[in-house]
Design a protein around this ligand. Sequence first.
Ligand code: ADP
Ligand code: MG
Length: 730
Amino acid sequence: MSKRFIHRTQNFQIPNETNAYRVEKIEMPTELFGKNVFSLNTMRAVLPNQIYRNMKAVIEEGAALDAATADVVAASMKDWAMSNGATHYTHWFHPLTGLTAEKHLAFLAPLGEGGVISEFSGKDLLRGEPDASSFPSGGLRSTFEARGYTGWDPTSNAFLLEGLNGKTLCIPSFFIGWGGQALDKKTPLLRSSEALSKQAIRILRLFGNTTAKKVTAYLGCEQEYFLIDRKYYLQRPDLVAVGRTLFGAKPPKGQELEDHYFGSIKERVLAYMQDLERELYKLGIPVNTRHNEVAPMQFEIAPIFETLNTAVDHNMIMMSIMKTVAHRHGFECLLHEKPFARINGSGKHNNWSIIDNEGTNLVDPGSTPQENAQFLVFLAAVMRAIHLYGDILRVTVASAANDHRLGANEAPPAIISIYLGEKLTQVVRYLAEGTPIQKKSEGFIDIGVSMLPPLPAHDSDRNRTSPFAFTGNKFEFRAVGSSQSCATPMMVLNTIVAESLGYIADILEEEVRQQKPFNQAVKELVSKLFRDHSLILFDGDNYSQSWHEEAVRRGLPNLRNTFEAAPALVTEKAKQLFTKHKVLSEIELESRFHIKLEKFIKNLNIETEMTLQIGRTNIIPAGIAYQQRLSDSIRSAATYVPESSITEQKALLQKVSRLINDLILKLNTLDEFNQEAKSHREDLLKCAEIYQTKVRPAMEEVRGIADELELYVDEDLWQLPKYHEMLFHV
Ligand code: ADP
Ligand code: MG
């Protein structure tokens, strides 16, 4: 074992397969599930019957919540929470940081004579007032009018968060300014769900459905993550500060052997997963899948899909629990989109479908002619939405971190297109252009109506390179980054599909009014939409250069990074879209644009300063120490051995010296570019442009040299844990 390794690990116990962390008592999921959730189930047990029914109507049908009900619910919720060990409560919300926020308040209030009582009224439940001045608002609210308030979102269950020494009641909430401006991610998400429901119901009514009351989007998200031993994490200031390694030579063995994907799960990792799953079950999060992912020490966890609002909240809770539980196991859980260069990054596939309150999935082809025709309308709406508004969907997943993934050969490209699978594509082509369907008999459901073609039976998706794939009864948006909240991408997806459904409903309602036969109207409109929007379909290899060229010919935007993508938020088209459906006002939209750029700039500034710091105080000193060692050795060797024996050693010294010199130069250039970018702080777009076009390439150059130096410097002098240690020492 090298001296360096011993030095590095001496303060840590090295957890290994045999001392993997064990939970004290193994309980079955059935005992645990939902234990810490104030769900409808819990409510049925603790609330008076009428109040329970009121709450059910609020949650399931969007009925209004009255103050009397809120009071009774608050009292029961408090009793339930306290009897389960909670001492505090908090409105738990999603500010525009992209994280969640909480401010805890004790249930206890002192009485005059030295006693205490517990307090929590309907008013306390419905509204909290955190000082909002320090959350990003993108100009929505300047600090002198700092107050915003949080309000209970009864459609997402309250839950108990367990700390080591007590529990906290968390009340999922929206967060808005006094003028009603959305200061968070949940408010627009809820508004977009309403818009989607409203427009989808219009379509259902056209198809003769008079009973469905509400349509709800569902989400199942597959979450990728890395685990590394925490002792290494704490010795990587870059991982601690920015979540990714800014330096690190490629290890001799990376992921090229493809031996990790679906491989057997190591004991210590499995112990973590099992512990994590139990914590998530308690919170009513129905996690289902676990497996090794492509990169070494990369894994995936996926819950069973739930209503969108709940799934978004659950994913946020899950990400935070993943990190907490990792610490118990001596791991750090990395959710960054690209923790390691030249190793696959992590994403979060968002599986989205829309289902009415009678349980019909509207993006499932179904089995009757009518269901099939209706499905084609929804399909056409999605195609139109993605074709016309793909740039807006794209910007929702843009971030400094996700820029490293999108467009590299491991994740969907920045070009947004749709993959439908071979059979469904044939149906679309048939309706659009009359192209005959081949192999009708095989795997097609013949619906026996001459107006519409047969629809394929569930077609499994074999194109993993597509950013937006139809997978049988849902669409899968794969460009979302692993650390991102699903709220904004799903908010946009809801809104753009609502817009298309509204567009279709406008036309069909008018044609019905003019007595056009409905079937014919549907067929003509669907055919036209398929024709107009078939350019958005692509079933080839999304990673290939030829697709990039083809996309240009098709006029599909290729917004390669956050700087290029951000302006899509503030186009006239975007403003009209969001204001029309009352999802975001113009000023709310602009605030999102500002925050997007602000965050990009701040992240890159932190990365740059961290690069400078590590480069100058860690890597160069290591290089210089090695240079010193080499030159000392050469000097003394020269007194004993002939010159010809040390020529290569001199060459090595020269190589090392040159790398150190170049590194110093490149670091200085990086520093200058960063200062230049900062001097444009008043003009966000200009500033972001400099970060993208100058700072980022300069950072890459620094890294290139430092990573080369790593391959020469004496192992014992190199301070930073190396890739092969972080990725392979479990
Ligand atoms: P794969 O890796 O093949 O995409 P997974 O099983 O890992 O499949 O993940 C699929 C995700 O899609 C799961 O979260 C699953 O619950 C979810 N899902 C399945 N059906 C639907 C649906 N109708 N709407 C939304 N999500 C769905
Ligand atoms: Mg998937």
